[in-house]
Structure formats: C-alpha cells, structure tokens
Design a protein around this ligand. Structure first.
Ligand SMILES: [Zn+2]
Length: 239
C-alpha cells in the first residue's frame, strides 16, 4: 500500500512537470511603432509668412494628413501640437525657447520610435523650389530615416532641393530617438506655395513620407504594421 501511495505521488509530480513543460508559452504582444509628429511653429510664431500664407498653418495641415496615412498603416501617432497654439507659456521671457523646451519634454515623455518635424522653406530667389530632409546629427538611426524619406521623394519624381543633411538645430537637437525634419517646399516659389496649400499635394507628401517610414520599419524586422502600400496615383497634381 505504501509503495502504491509513493507511486501515485511520483505520477502526480511527473504529470505536473509534463503539463508545465507543455503549457502554451506566453505570447508577448508586439509594441506598436510610435511616431511623434511635430508641426513646426504655431501660436506667437507663424514661421515664414509669404503672400499671406502662414508656414505654421500649412505645417499643421500636412501633419494632420500625415497622421491619417501613418495610422492607416497601423502606426501609433502622437503630436506636439494639435491646434494653432504653440506650447510656450504666455509669460515666458523667451517664448521660442520655452516652446522648444516644452516640445522636447513632451517627446521625452511620449518616448516614441521616431519624430518627424514638418516645416516649409523660404529663399530670396523665387525660382528656388523643392524638398529637403534633415536629420538629428547626434541620434543614431536619424540619418537612415531621412535618407529613406528623401529617396522615396526622389523616386516619386517630387521636386528636390538638396540632399539630406545633418542638423543640430530646431526640435531635432538632443532628440532621444531618431528624428527627421522635412522642409516640404518653398513658400517663396509661387507655384510651390500654391501646391503646398492644396489637400491633394499634402496627401502626396504624406503618402511618400508614410511609405518610407513603413519600408524602414520592415527593414528593421518590424513587420507588424505593414499592410498593402499602394503606389500613389496622385503625383498627377505635380503636372
Ligand atoms: Zn519652419
């Protein structure tokens, strides 16, 4: 009888061990890729204003279209600003510095995988036009994202100004994660100023930025967000 009891105990222990080894391993849900979009300027600071067209306003419009594109690709999107207001205190002695500090603090708090800052360019010569990407000089990965976005613009036939460049100014300075700054075009170029105000061209820009970001994610082995990226038929607005 004693031997039977011991045998039963051993059987129970064996079953317990067997069941434990055969338990379904816990599946860790992949973390959603997270992008913070920064619409440059706002509030007291309109950025460039040319012929009554405000850079701050166009930046916000493009950011909102880009947010929709990225969200459609399964990417989590956050913003530094969602309306026309800047982040600085109205009592700050230097509103620009306070605004930048608060945007950086917000980005640190959100802890994203990527920051994309949207701006518009100006130049004394009105014939100058095109896009240009800058990247956070001191943050690993920034150059790769900026190059991918600029390559995407190049391949799509969008007008380019200059090649990707490092920068240590503006929001991307001391970025805690990869950060790129896109100068979408020149407000001083009459044709480009007109294009940049259209929802069709804003959609083209957003599509190509989003396509480049998704491709980078895929290369990084992060395929959870990748869906069907269809070639854009919207480049006709350029002609
Ligand atoms: Zn700007």
């Amino acid at each position: 009888m004693r031997y039977l009891a011991i045998s039963l105990c051993l059987l129970a222990v064996s079953l317990a061990i067997f069941c434990d080894f055969n338990a379904t391993p816990a599946v860790t849900a992949p973390t959603q890729f997270h992008v913070v979009l920064d619409a440059g300027h706002g509030g007291h600071d309109n950025g460039a204003t040319v012929a009554g067209v405000s850079e701050a306003q166009i930046n916000l419009q493009i950011v909102k279209v880009l947010a929709r594109e990225l969200t459609a690709q399964g990417i989590k999107v956050s913003f530094t600003r969602v309306d026309e207001e800047s982040l600085n205190s109205p009592y700050a002695s230097n509103k620009k510095v306070d605004d930048m500090n608060k945007r950086r603090a917000k980005i640190r708090e959100l802890d994203p995988d990527l920051v994309i800052a949207i701006h518009q360019n100006t130049y004394p010569l009105t014939s100058v036009s095109g896009l240009q990407c800058f990247y956070a000089n001191e943050t690993a990965g920034s150059r790769e994202y900026a190059t991918a976005i600029q390559d995407q613009f190049n391949h799509s036939g969008l007008p380019m100004y200059k090649t990707v460049k490092p920068t240590d100014f503006n929001l991307v300075e001391h970025s805690p994660c990869p950060a790129v700054l896109i100068e979408c075009g020149f407000l001083t170029n009459p044709r480009e100023r007109k294009l940049l105000q259209t929802s069709a061209y804003q959609q083209v820009l957003a599509f190509h930025i989003s396509t480049a970001v998704v491709r980078m994610m895929k290369q990084g082995g992060n395929e959870r967000c990748v869906t069907n990226v269809q070639p854009s038929a919207m480049c006709s607005v350029l002609s």
